[in-house]
Design a binder for this molecule. Sequence first.
Ligand code: SF4
Length: 384
Amino acid sequence: MKDIYDDNQPRSAYVHVPFCLKRCSYCDFSIIAGRDDLIPRYLQALELEISQCLQKFDQSPQLDTLFIGGGTPTLLSPTELEELLSILLRHFRLAQGAEYTIEANPDGLSIEKQQVLKQFGVNRISLGVQSFDAEILKRLDRKHSPQQVIGILEQLSSSMPNISLDLIYGVPGQSLASWQQTIQQAIQLQPAHISTYALTFEKGTSFWSQRSKGKLKQVEDLCEIEMYQWTVETLQASGYPQYEISNFARPEMESRHNCAYWTGQPYLAFGPGASRFVDGTRSTNHRSPFTWMKRIEADLSPIDYTDDLTSEQRARELFAIGLGYLQGVEKSRIERQSGHRIESLLENELINLKQKGWIEETEQFIRLTSEGKLFADAVACEVI
Ligand code: SF4
């Protein structure tokens, strides 16, 4: 995919909606469970945050991609969803052909809500399917059934041109066969895009404490690798080439929003815990939805901390993030964005990674090898 963003004006925005029915046992996102009564207050705070942030722009930014994530944005009632989308419409201009995504859970995405999304021009849904195995869904605390996903996809088929399915592997108790059945079912449903994430145990989650008490057994590393490799081969053979470590898409259906992150483009972000990158600075909002709301209501900045990266740190970070994108990191882009030649800055690290067989270099790009894809996190640690 082409590097479509070339200036310093943010052309992407993320909006975090922190509401969920219940906290899933593996989740450590910034969310509030079971407090739908706070949604109107959240919407007011969100509009205030956006208005304050956009004051520094001469006119409302024109966006190529807008992503509403969570949490469960589609937990909002049809009226609240309408209010959220109206706020965004009031403050942003969407470019012709912009990618407008919302994350949704299969349960609760009623026909009425689907109509609201369509009416406001949302043209991409990232559906939190996770698995087509009912037992695994139960283990993950997900409330939907595999049949519900199939039903929702049928309903969306005429109104939503671009659907992505989010799937999780490496769930305790999940066998290779169960995962294979999930992937095969996903392929049969023919979405435009599939994301597959390895489950991680985050401190503070229920999964973390259950594992510490020996009540939960992690999937063996070798089995997880087998799941990953099988996924890459199967999706590739079924018309979904891998374009990022965790992402597969039909040709031309890659997530443009995520590509903006991976290629180091500036982006705006709003809502609790949201991080933006503007004018060379990354700033991150308070993670607690309550703190975030209270600060905005008191006319205080919702920003918790700011990373002022040196140009060298920026070059290293751009390289580490960009490597996940499988076409590789364009060397000239890093130089353009940071002022550093990556081949000189990381000379020793690159020699070491090549010796391990984890990266390869062409005239224009440096990229992960097939083996390197298995060690993407270790590669990133080495260059940061
Ligand atoms: S639905 Fe998603 S965001 Fe909400 S608790 Fe579950 S994993 Fe977390």
